[in-house]
Each structure stands twice: as structure tokens, then as C-alpha cells.
Design a protein around this ligand. Structure first.
Ligand code: FES
Ligand code: FES
Length: 196
């Protein structure tokens, strides 16, 4: 379960420094980015990422991936295709697995986002079983698979291997680890049920 921290961090759109107050951000922007447009309260998008509230002046072309990976610095989410075809950039938005490369950050006002960093913290059985069953090789696609699996388990705590395979059908792996994912996810679900 995500622990909410509703005290906003104000994110500089130019260098990704964060500040406790909007005035702090403004002073910083004036001093360090005098040639850039000054952040204004009206242009700020407020959203929660892994329980931490952020307010950030989002550029129109930023994707949610740009925001969480490049600006906030949560680098666990991976970019493979940048066109909605591979699932490696999957995050959970308001309880639903979505592709962060295909979602504009500016549309995420008020959203609660969970990335692999939070999913790994709240789903230890999933991580344990992925490791135990070698459901990864190079590991680049793995965060996307794990986030999608966590989203499935949140709604279906006792899935069959076929249901897991279907849920993960949108995630691609160049290393060919496909057979191991349903095994790991079903085992993780079992372990989580036993621990409840
Ligand atoms: S990087 Fe987003 S779907 Fe491939
Ligand atoms: S483990 Fe290498 S791409 Fe999937």
C-alpha cells in the first residue's frame, strides 16, 4: 500500500531540482534559468507519484515517461519502443496499468501514479518469485512485466497461468523469457495469499 505524502515537491522543469515551496522554485528559476519562461502557479500540474505529491510546470510535449524518468528521476521504468508496442514503460495510473510513453504528462493532473519502484516495495513476493524462477535475462523489459503483473494481481489475486499470459500479452521481451512469467506470477500470488 502506498503511503501518501501530500506535501508537494515543486519540480523545476529545466533541471529537475525540487523545492518545498513554489517561491523556492521561482527564486531558483530566476537565478539559474533566467532565459527560460518563469514557472507560474497556473501552469502547474499536480500529481502523486509513489505517494509523493508533485507540482510541476509541464511542457506540452512531455510524456508521463519523460516526467517520471527524466524529470523526477525514477529510472526503473524503461523505454524500449516509444510507440506503445512493447509495454516496457508500463506504470499504474489510478489503479490501471498504462503505457507511460503514450500518455501526455499534461493529462495526468490529479492522477496517482505508481512506478516499478513502488510496485517492487509493495509486492515483495512478486520480486522474490521473479528472481527464483529466472523470469528475466537482461532485465530491461522486466519492470514493465512486473508492473503489469502487479496490476493483474490487484484485481485477481488467484489467476491461472493462462490468465497471467493473457494479461502480459502486451509486454514484449527480446530475450524470450515468456514461459517464466506466468510461473513466477502464479507462485507470487500463491505466496501472497498464504501470507495474508
Ligand atoms: S516504450 Fe512504451 S510501449 Fe514500448
Ligand atoms: S529480459 Fe531482456 S528484453 Fe526481456
Amino acid at each position: 500500500m502506498t503511503t501518501a505524502n501530500t506535501e508537494s515537491r515543486y519540480l523545476c522543469p529545466y533541471c529537475s531540482a525540487t523545492w518545498d515551496t513554489f517561491d523556492g522554485l521561482k527564486t531558483h528559476a530566476l537565478a539559474e534559468h533566467a532565459n527560460e519562461p518563469l514557472p507560474t502557479p497556473d501552469g502547474l500540474v499536480r500529481l502523486s507519484v509513489n505517494g509523493q505529491a508533485y507540482e510541476v510546470m509541464v511542457e506540452p510535449e512531455w510524456t508521463l515517461y519523460d516526467l517520471i524518468h527524466d524529470k523526477i528521476g525514477l529510472t526503473g521504468t524503461k523505454m524500449f519502443c516509444d510507440r506503445g508496442a512493447c509495454g516496457s514503460c508500463t506504470v499504474i495510473m489510478d489503479g490501471r496499468a498504462i503505457l507511460s510513453c503514450m500518455t501526455l504528462a499534461i493529462e495526468c493532473g490529479g492522477a496517482n501514479i505508481e512506478t516499478i519502484e513502488e510496485v517492487a516495495r509493495t509486492n515483495p513476493a512478486l520480486i522474490e518469485k521473479y528472481v527464483e524462477h529466472h523470469a528475466m535475462q537482461c532485465g530491461y523489459c522486466t519492470p514493465g512485466f512486473v508492473v503489469t503483473a502487479a496490476s493483474l494481481l490487484a484485481g485477481n489475486p488467484d489467476p491461472t497461468t493462462d490468465e497471467v499470459a493473457e494479461a502480459l500479452a502486451g509486454n514484449l521481451c527480446r530475450c524470450g523469457t515468456y514461459p517464466q512469467h506466468p510461473i513466477a506470477v502464479v507462485e507470487a500470488a500463491k505466496k501472497s495469499r498464504e501470507e495474508r
